[in-house]
Design a protein around this ligand. Structure first.
Ligand SMILES: [Zn+2]
Length: 88
């Protein structure tokens, strides 16, 4: 990659340092600086799991959320049927 094409990167703590997230490879990911800043602008110090909850609760309509929950329940029911023979 040419020098001009290189993107500036830095490290992001998946579990924030302020919440006892460790500074080691199991908790750090390298991100493009612009995207890293955008993440914290949108989600503050939320973990990825909390960021997903923020997207679902703040960026969708109630109708969309209800559909999402119904589809999720159908997926869980399918998985439960699939594992049934192995749980007897
Ligand atoms: Zn970060």
């Amino acid at each position: 990659m040419s020098r001009r094409m290189e993107k500036r990167t830095n490290l992001h703590h998946c579990v924030p340092k302020s919440r006892n997230g460790k500074t080691n490879s199991s908790n750090l990911i390298r991100k493009e600086v612009k995207k890293h800043e955008a993440y914290h602008t949108l989600f503050g110090n939320a973990t990825p799991e909390e960021a997903i909850a923020i997207i679902i609760m703040e960026w969708t309509t109630e109708e969309w959320r209800n559909r999402f929950v119904r589809e999720y329940e159908k997926r869980i029911e399918r998985l439960e049927r699939l594992i049934l023979p192995y749980t007897r």
